[in-house]
Design a protein around this ligand. Structure first.
Ligand SMILES: [Zn+2]
Length: 323
């Protein structure tokens, strides 16, 4: 018993919407949304009720081991049951697809898109799990584990057992940032380097070179979706939710296209030496520290919270209907 990953997979499915926080008085949403994209791939989202970052995590299952990309923004298992969820997903999958012996030998690799706190906080829940490697956070540790000989230029592979992923170093947002491409599903996982939101560029030269390598990787491949780790844009083109928002009823879709990836690449080159915020329909590029824009975000969040207070919402809808 095993899965033949060489047979082209049927299209996976993304849900019509993700958990996105709740208004006060509404029923609570799950702490962690679990979505089977296809029979061998899980997308998880952490609740905005626990962390406004609400990051996405990815679990890709192969015949010998699984890869978990990122561990979320919260360490406390009571508020973020990551270990329990991953254990039960792996159990469910191995029971369905593998022999008892293969299931008993099954391993887990925990790696990270990058080492910012909202992507690694759940690590302690998985450290010490039997058959599990938790990859470290530094360039050195990432290089050693994946075997990069010429970081960040040479791509690497990770074989999960019949399911081989491309692993690409894409520094620029973070020094040890990685992207993963899964040929079976056509999913390109881009972490915080490309997602529908504020793309914080710490090293513009490296970021532009990383985007070039990402785009080059996609050439000649059937990429279905570019998937990052957050959603900060709303459905209104060019409009983001303020930093810190805990309720996003009209958020943009998670998935981005190759065309949008090319737009990020073009923007990265165009604004390589122009610090500041550069706004596009499906993402904003924040080049450099952008301190004033950060302060403005804090102001926007206060205004946003006031606007959504129940009493002000009622007043706004009454004035809109002329009551
Ligand atoms: Zn992040």
């Amino acid at each position: 018993m095993s899965v033949d990953f060489t047979v082209p997979a049927a299209d996976g499915e993304l849900p019509p919407s993700w958990i996105h926080g709740t208004r006060r008085g509404q029923p609570a949403e799950p702490l962690l949304q679990v979505h089977w994209y296809d029979p061998h791939t899980v997308i998880l989202r952490q609740s905005k009720s626990v962390t406004y970052e609400a990051p996405f995590l990815y679990l890709l299952l192969g015949n010998e081991r699984a890869l978990l990309v990122d561990t979320g923004a919260t360490s406390d298992p009571g508020r973020f049951p990551l270990r329990e969820t991953v254990d039960s997903l792996i159990r469910e999958w191995t029971e369905r697809w593998l022999s008892a012996e293969a299931a008993a030998r099954y391993r887990l690799v925990v790696a990270h898109s990058h080492a910012h706190g909202d992507h690694v906080a759940g690590d302690p829940q998985l450290v010490g799990r039997p058959g599990t490697v938790v990859v470290g956070h530094s360039v050195r540790e990432v290089t050693d584990f994946f075997g990069f000989a010429d970081w960040p230029r040479d791509p690497r592979f990770l074989d999960l057992g019949g399911r081989v992923l491309d692993v690409l170093a894409i520094p620029g947002h973070h020094r040890a940032h990685l992207a993963f491409y899964d040929d079976c599903t056509g999913l390109l996982l881009t972490g915080d380097s490309v997602y529908p939101g504020r793309l914080y560029v710490r090293d513009p030269t490296q970021f532009a070179a990383s985007l070039d390598r990402l785009v080059a990787l996609t050439e000649g491949r059937a990429v279905r979706h570019v998937l990052g780790c957050h959603i900060e844009m709303s459905n209104r083109p060019g409009r983001d939710y303020p930093t810190g928002t805990t309720y996003q009823p009209d958020e943009a879709p998670l998935a981005m296209s190759l065309e949008q990836l090319a737009q990020v690449q073009a923007a990265a080159h165009r604004f390589i030496d122009q610090p500041g915020v550069h706004r596009f329909e499906s993402f904003h590029l924040w080049v450099g520290p952008c301190r004033r824009a950060m302060l403005a975000q804090a102001g926007r969040l206060v205004w946003w919270r006031l606007r959504t207070l129940p009493i002000l919402r009622r007043w706004r809808s009454m004035s809109a209907t002329g009551e």
